[in-house]
Write a protein that binds this ligand. Structure first.
Ligand code: ZN
Length: 95
């Protein structure tokens, strides 16, 4: 019930259910997100590190979409943004 997919596909979740989901906590999915940056002398490869979940306590992951979301905004219907709609894959750990 506390999955990103559930929150994204069910638009009419009651406040009661939302509170329940919030209590269940955020889904921390091990996503495979890899990015390659082109550098001057070499390219840099960056991978999502699960420690980002420790750094950003609001972060949650959707294994179906392989994207990151803001759990609080998803549950409490925050302002529409990449963090609540299509998901983000830009926030990845330092090199
Ligand atoms: Zn948020």
């Amino acid at each position: 019930m506390n999955s990103v997919d559930f929150l994204l596909t069910n638009k009419d979740i009651t406040y009661e259910i939302r509170t329940k989901i919030k209590r269940l906590g955020r889904p921390i999915a091990d996503l495979i997100i890899s990015k390659t940056d082109v550098g001057k002398s070499r390219n840099y490869s960056r991978n999502l590190n699960s420690s980002v979940y420790d750094i950003f306590k609001w972060l949650c992951g959707c294994p179906k979409r392989n994207k990151l979301f803001c759990f609080i905004c998803l549950v409490m219907r925050g302002n529409p943004s990449a963090w609540t709609q299509e998901g983000n894959e830009e926030l990845i750990s330092r090199r």
